[in-house]
Design a protein around this ligand. Structure first.
Ligand code: GLP
Length: 261
């Protein structure tokens, strides 16, 4: 795991955007795994800017999102499909037919999850999976006790996640209590993973996920087992890491990061 700490939110977001843009330029037909949440809004704004100002080309790219709320229609303003259209897809030249999220209205939840996994397989798997981290340590909606081998499925959300996300809803009470999510195992299958976390409220859970034991209590800790995972943090989110000096040293000295310093 490479942990890169930037001085503030803007430089953390800029670096994450540059890493994604670099991957897309090298392989324009890549399959992106995408995430939602407040943290990603600035990242998508940066990618939109790169598309407008530098011609960053999404025309051949495919995407699969981590998750979607059970029961929300794609045109519901609180759905993740709406979020993705609003923050990214409507503003870049991606072909929306190549963008995928679980269907929140699917009649058969198990069937929808199997279909989603199959679509990912048919697309050749995820090249670069973007993830955030929830207060409970979730990636996607893999709440505590999610098996580390889990695949896409529908899950119940914890009270902590409901408290974290309900303020984003037009009416907090209407937030669904269940969601479809890629499993921890699905995320670990991606060829590379990029975790972006910013802000002081993430410091505790980030330290546990990165430096603590791998445990299904904190699904983000499973990323320690991934061979190509980069974590980008701002100073505030990194504040509780013990190995911070080593992280800085690695970023400063590993030739892999020459183009990004
Ligand atoms: C939601 C998403 C997660 C995301 C989390 C972080 O719960 N399902 O995939 O990691 O939000 O949210 P924020 O960036 O708002 O802290």
């Amino acid at each position: 795991m490479d942990v890169i700490i930037r001085k503030d939110v803007k430089s953390a977001v800029d670096l994450a955007a540059r890493i994604m843009a670099d991957a897309l330029r090298k392989r324009p037909d890549m399959t992106l795994g995408l995430a939602t949440g407040r943290t990603m809004e600035a990242l998508y704004a940066e990618l939109v800017k790169m598309h407008r100002e530098e011609g960053l080309d999404f025309s051949l790219a495919k995407s699969f999102n981590l998750d979607e709320y059970v029961g929300l229609a794609p045109d519901n303003v609180n759905s993740y499909r709406y979020y993705m259209n609003h923050h990214l897809f409507d503003h870049v030249n991606i072909d929306k037919r190549n963008t995928h999220l679980p269907n929140g209205l699917a009649k058969c939840e198990a069937g929808e999850c199997e279909r989603y996994e199959q679509e990912m397989r048919l697309a050749g798997g995820i090249d670069l999976q973007l993830v955030g981290i929830g207060r409970t340590g979730h990636i996607g909606f893999n709440e505590p006790l999610s098996p580390l081998t889990s695949r896409t499925r529908s899950v119940a959300l914890t009270q902590g996640t409901i408290e974290q996300n309900s303020p984003l809803f037009t009416y907090p009470d209407v937030m669904p209590r269940r969601a479809f999510t890629m499993g921890v195992g699905t995320v670990l299958d991606a060829r590379s993973v990029l975790l972006l976390a910013t802000g002081a409220e993430k410091a505790d859970i980030i330290a546990k996920a990165i430096e603590g034991p791998v445990t299904s209590m904190i699904s983000a800790s499973a990323l320690q087992m991934h061979q190509n995972c980069t974590v980008i943090l701002d100073e505030e989110a990194a504040a509780k890491l013990q190995l911070r000096d080593f992280c800085d040293w690695t970023f400063a000295n590993d030739p892999k990061w020459d183009a990004f310093r």
